[in-house]
Design a protein around this ligand. Structure first.
Ligand SMILES: CC(C)(COP(=O)(O)OP(=O)(O)OC[C@H]1O[C@@H](n2cnc3c(N)ncnc32)[C@H](O)[C@@H]1OP(=O)(O)O)[C@@H](O)C(=O)NCCC(=O)NCCS
Length: 192
């Protein structure tokens, strides 16, 4: 696939992501999801690091995903507050990026849609926010000629993902990549 325009190289911070950076096509996900903007990044990082307190990621990780693949950078808002975010991007199958790492670029050989993270604020859960995003992923992946969707299930969410058609990938070669994601983390995959 054609790599998206990259706004950053190495030492990127939230301050260096242009306010007019491109955002996702707003028709890809239904309301209350909307494309993430540069001005959302501080709240996205705060929510992510509140929920993933044991798995923190730096500001540059959020900002880089947003800059490299704006079409996969989403938030849901409720009464002016961030209720959820989702970050996904094309990637190479069975090669999950290490935790808290920069991608550098979207690989030309990408063949999976990698869901980096979805987090819903605890006070907005069980409203279908994550589900409405997840059910659109196959359509988005196919439109990019990607043949699967992958993610690393953390925080005991494997059953949640099974309910959305994902299955765990058992492969000792993944152990090193999964180690930093905490006990019980596993790569999950949905073939399309
Ligand atoms: C997992 C998560 C994204 C779901 O968001 P959500 O918007 O509440 O999801 P939905 O409303 O679409 O679906 C909710 C259903 O999923 C179920 N569910 C949520 N977490 C679950 C889990 N860990 N295991 C099994 N089922 C789960 C709920 O029981 C609920 O079912 P119900 O409506 O019958 O009660 C949210 O709980 C979250 O942000 N968790 C913390 C961050 C996280 O782990 N993200 C995933 C990283 S891999």
């Amino acid at each position: 696939m054609k790599p998206k325009q990259c706004y950053i190289d190495t030492a990127m911070s939230l301050d260096t992501l242009p306010a007019n950076a491109p955002t996702a096509d707003a028709t890809l996900l239904p309301a209350p999801w909307r494309p993430m903007r540069a001005s959302d990044l501080a709240a996205v990082e705060a929510l992510g690091n509140r929920i993933h307190a044991a798995l923190p990621e730096s500001s540059t990780v959020f900002a880089e995903r947003c800059a490299l693949f704006p079409a996969g950078s989403w938030v849901a808002e409720h009464r002016g507050h961030l209720a959820a975010y989702a970050l996904f991007h094309p990637w190479r199958a069975l090669q999950p990026p290490p935790l808290d790492s920069l991608l550098g670029a979207i690989p030309a050989t990408a063949d999976t849609l990698y869901l980096h993270d979805v987090v819903v604020d605890p006070v907005r859960r069980s409203l279908g926010l994550a589900g409405t995003m997840i059910e659109r992923l196959p359509m988005i992946a196919r439109s990019l000629s990607l043949s699967s969707i992958e993610l690393i299930a953390v925080l005991g969410t494997a059953n949640f993902w099974r309910g959305h058609g994902f299955a765990a990938v058992e492969d000792p070669a993944l152990a090193a990549a999964l180690a930093k994601y905490g006990d019980g983390a596993c790569l999950m995959r949905r073939s399309l």
